[in-house]
Design a protein around this ligand. Structure first.
Ligand SMILES: *Cc1c(COP(=O)(O)O)cnc(C)c1O
Ligand SMILES: [Zn+2]
Length: 413
């Protein structure tokens, strides 16, 4: 990969050749992939990009850590829609607001970006089996992307994973191990099994290529905005790999001159599980927390990408915001009715954070904000019904319909 220099430990600075199965540094630190921006800049311009007809994450190949002859995996990942949300902006009192619906990826979450990258790197490594542990979406996205590429998968999920995600895993033909315990317990068992069988490891905790896949959400967002940088980008945070990837993509674009400034990040976590935001707010090292939230995808008590995430939030002079389950559920309804975008609880947590910061006066009419919806609401129907309510249930009888409307004060036009 002539455009990649090496992998560099974010903790101690040690450098490693960027081989396909690169994992953590000897010191335990996460590795960051370092690019040769001069070489990239000489071959990659906004004009070359805008002429491309590949509307997937692979349209940014020059900025991705894959060999020139590595085939893009079959599922179409990326180029999710970006919607401007003027009515929601007005309701919140914001200058401008955009919503990027990453729940419209093939397996319905932003994780597809990382899983497609994992499949590409597993092929480069000559692997036939990939494994991971996951709160749910990394698992279903790996199972789907690997199935399409003809690779076998072993998946470890905590017993609490919602049915929709487990159904995806079974449909994609994965061997699924449902671990009776926390996400931390799940991760630990997957680690031992991967060591034992030597599978290709799609754990964001150790695979430095995954945040490189996730960074394509930033590349797309900026291209879709015509390279006009918003003041803030909001996203939900669990393990920390996603926000780290988002920041990496923005820094890449800045380094090659595609954007002229960097936005501030908004890190949104659940109040019941916010080790990363707590470390920022109290300016001290992160500490494990319990996993008390219905937003299962971001219930990560021991974040493995905390170092990268903390760096990203601090470098961007970012904001942190913690949401109660009630605030997350309210945002699910708010996004649905104002934008027609249906997100799972963790998917809407970034937008819940934007709404809360508006209520607190930290964001207002002078600010422009993009918010990433990271996962689709159909993954967790039980929580969606709990958040948004039950329908009017009556027999097929016009009088009963009139009575039901009258009871609820509904006067159809
Ligand atoms: C994984 C996930 C996140 C958070 O990503 P991390 O890398 O764990 O911080 C947010 N939303 C959804 C829907 C996810 O699946
Ligand atoms: Zn190190």
């Amino acid at each position: 990969m002539r455009h990649v220099k090496f992998g560099k430990c974010v903790k101690c600075g040690r450098e490693y050749p960027a081989v396909p199965n690169l994992t953590n540094c000897e010191c335990g630190g996460m590795i960051d992939i370092v690019y040769d921006y001069d070489s990239i800049q000489s071959r990659f311009t906004k004009e070359t990009l805008s002429a491309r007809t590949d509307f997937s994450m692979w349209r940014y190949r020059e900025l991705l850590p894959v060999e020139a002859d590595t085939e893009a995996p079959p599922l179409r990942v990326g180029w999710s829609p970006l919607y401007e949300a003027p009515r929601l902006a007005a309701e919140l009192g914001l200058g401008r607001l955009w919503v990027k619906d990453d729940g419209l990826n093939p397996t319905a979450s932003l994780k597809d970006r990382a899983s497609a990258m994992a499949v590409a790197k597993a092929r480069e490594a000559g692997a036939r089996v990939i494994a991971c542990s996951s709160t749910g979406n990394a698992a279903s996205s790996l199972a789907g992307n690997a199935a399409a590429a003809g690779l076998e998968t072993y998946i470890f999920v905590p017993a609490r994973a919602p049915k929709g995600k487990v159904a995806q895993l079974m449909a994609f033909g994965a061997t699924v191990i449902s671990v009776q315990g926390s996400y931390e317990d799940t991760f630990e068992l997957s680690r031992q099994a991967i060591d034992h069988w030597g599978w290709y490891n799609r754990n964001a905790a150790i695979n430095p290529y995954l945040s490189e896949g996730k960074k394509t959400v930033a590349l797309e967002l900026m291209e879709q905005l015509g390279w006009q940088v918003p003041d803030y980008i909001a996203i939900s945070v669990g393990d920390g790999c996603t926000i780290a990837g988002l920041w990496k993509g923005l820094k890449d674009l800045h380094a090659i001159g595609f954007i002229d400034r960097l936005p501030r990040l908004i890190s949104a976590q659940a109040g019941g599980c916010c080790p990363i935001n707590r470390a920022i707010a109290e300016d001290r090292p992160w500490e494990p927390m319990a996993e008390n939230t219905l937003a299962d995808s971001i219930a990560v008590g021991v974040p493995r990408n905390a170092d990268k995430a903390l760096l990203a939030i601090r470098e961007s002079n970012g904001l942190v915001v913690n949401l109660s389950d009630e605030e997350i559920m309210a945002a699910q309804k708010l996004l649905g009715r104002s934008c027609g975008v249906f997100g799972e609880p963790a998917g809407v947590t970034g937008t819940a954070g934007v709404a809360k910061l508006c209520r607190q006066g930290a964001l207002g009419s002078g600010d422009t904000v993009a918010s990433v919806v990271t996962g689709n609401g159909l993954k967790d129907v039980a929580n969606a019904i709990a958040a948004c309510g039950e329908p009017i249930s009556i027999p097929s009888d016009m009088d009963r319909l009139l009575a039901a409307f009258a009871e609820r004060g509904l006067r159809p036009a």
